[in-house]
Design a binder for this molecule. Structure first.
Ligand SMILES: Cc1cc2nc3c(=O)[nH]c(=O)nc-3n(C[C@H](O)[C@H](O)[C@H](O)COP(=O)(O)OP(=O)(O)OC[C@H]3O[C@@H](n4cnc5c(N)ncnc54)[C@H](O)[C@@H]3O)c2cc1C
Length: 393
């Protein structure tokens, strides 16, 4: 549904897991929210084809208030056989189905600009149509936050791309260097290898790390429950803390940051180990120069060795910086108190700019790493609705 000249109570920018979940929860308490954006656009265009979700099934459900629209409910409704590891494509279809179930107005146009206009916000849609809203929930994800290390800046996009660009892996060339050691780097390396590409992983860390390499700790009954939460984010103990975002928000910044970075440090899912067995991996190394020479890329590493490849795939992750949300007017950005690019958010995920909320990854500096993942939609949406219940004028 496209809206024409709308004046809405709440505008949600972004129709990914966080935006859709917030919309479902707000509707449940009678708050009329309009969602803007193509449903699951980042997941359908920004993820590598053939990827599997890293998160376990119980942590891969988009939250709705009555748990009517779980991943399992989608599988039942669509006749999709449940599998242990959910495919990215299944998750996209699930998100689109979720959107159809919740009955919230959705406008597929993107938001070109959000600016303050008196006590309201004025949103300009991609076709120039203005919309006004009393409150805006930014649920725009991590797409603009890709980290592109400076050393690759001279390479054209046909020779270097980021894993989140969603470029088809098939067309990258016969020899590809994958830079990074996180899930997206390692999964892309495995997928490229399976396509017959000559791949090398180049990573700074001294050895690749794998998530959940202490299976015994997961099988100790009640003790395991004390060590790990169902979200399965981070190692024993930290996993438990991460499950309490309010507690996280009350920790002093230093330990909160330490827990956050430890919980999401670069690592791959253990099911990638056999898939990477025959892939060359250079750890403890980094690229010091990257030059395009005669249709190839010459990489020089810090140990003085060189590589010639057709393409460099950057699995270098992302860094939150809300200034990269180009749709937020610069005046509005200046109103938001920030910490290294993260908005500081409090109750209701409210930023210091009145009427503005940030959900998903930008809220993770304040409430912890749960908000980097789909499983954080439950906390985030309840937090937002709780605020509306108590503060709606
Ligand atoms: C390769 C990869 C693998 C991942 N695997 C997992 C996993 O297995 N499990 C997990 O929990 N998490 C995973 N994540 C993290 C994942 O990104 C988040 O969990 C999830 O997408 C967060 O949802 P979101 O709604 O905040 O963001 P998104 O899913 O990015 O949705 C935000 C949406 O907003 C839209 N948008 C942005 N700007 C505008 C605008 N101006 N107007 C309209 N719409 C706009 C975007 O197009 C996008 O579709 C993975 C991430 C990557 C990159």
């Amino acid at each position: 549904m496209n809206v024409s000249s709308v004046d809405c109570e709440v505008a949600i920018v972004g129709a990914g897991p966080y935006g859709l979940s917030a919309a479902a929860h707000l509707r449940n308490i009678g708050v009329e929210a309009h969602v803007f954006g193509e449903p699951m656009q980042f997941w359908s265009t920004g993820m590598p084809e053939g990827m599997l979700l890293r998160s376990p099934r119980p942590a891969s459900t988009i939250a709705d208030p009555h748990r009517d629209f779980t991943l399992e409910a989608y599988e039942t409704a669509s006749g999709t056989a449940p599998v242990k590891r959910v495919a990215g494509k299944t998750f996209v279809d699930y998100g689109k189905w979720f959107q159809q179930q919740i009955g919230t107005p959705l406008d597929q146009r993107s938001v070109g600009e959000v600016q303050r206009e008196g006590s309201r916000f004025r949103l300009t849609l991609s076709d120039g149509l203005p919309v006004t809203a009393r409150r805006v929930i930014v649920a725009a994800g991590i797409g603009p936050f890709r980290k592109n290390p400076e050393v690759f800046s001279e390479l054209c996009s046909c020779r270097a791309s980021h894993c989140y660009d969603g470029r088809p892996l098939k067309g990258l060339g016969k020899r590809v260097a994958v830079v990074g050691a996180g899930q997206s780097a390692l999964e892309c390396a495995a997928l490229l290898h399976e396509l017959g590409v000559d791949v090398e992983v180049i990573a700074r860390i001294p050895a690749l790390r794998w998530i959940g390499m202490h299976p015994r700790l997961h099988n100790l009954g009640p003790l395991s429950n004390a060590l790990y939460s169902k979200h399965d984010i981070g190692p024993a103990g930290i996993s438990r803390l991460v499950a309490y975002p309010h507690l996280m928000s009350h920790l002093p910044l230093k330990p909160r940051d330490r827990i956050r970075t430890r919980a999401v440090r670069s690592a791959g899912a253990p099911w990638l180990i056999p898939r990477l067995q025959n892939v060359r991996v250079s750890t403890g190394r980094h690229v010091v120069s990257a030059t395009e020479i005669g249709g190839e890329v010459e990489l020089r590493l810090d140990d003085g060795t060189e590589r010639r490849v057709d393409h460099v795939l950057l699995g270098t992750g992302y860094r939150v910086d809300i200034a990269k949300y180009e749709f937020l007017s610069r005046d509005l950005i200046r109103e938001v108190r920030q910490l290294d690019g993260y908005p500081i958010v409090g109750r209701g995920l409210c930023a210091s700019a009145p009427g503005l909320h940030f959900t998903g990854a930008p809220a993770a500096r304040s409430f912890g790493p749960l908000l980097y993942f789909v499983t954080g939609t439950d906390f985030a949406s309840r937090e937002i609705t709780s605020w509306f219940r108590h503060n709606r004028g």
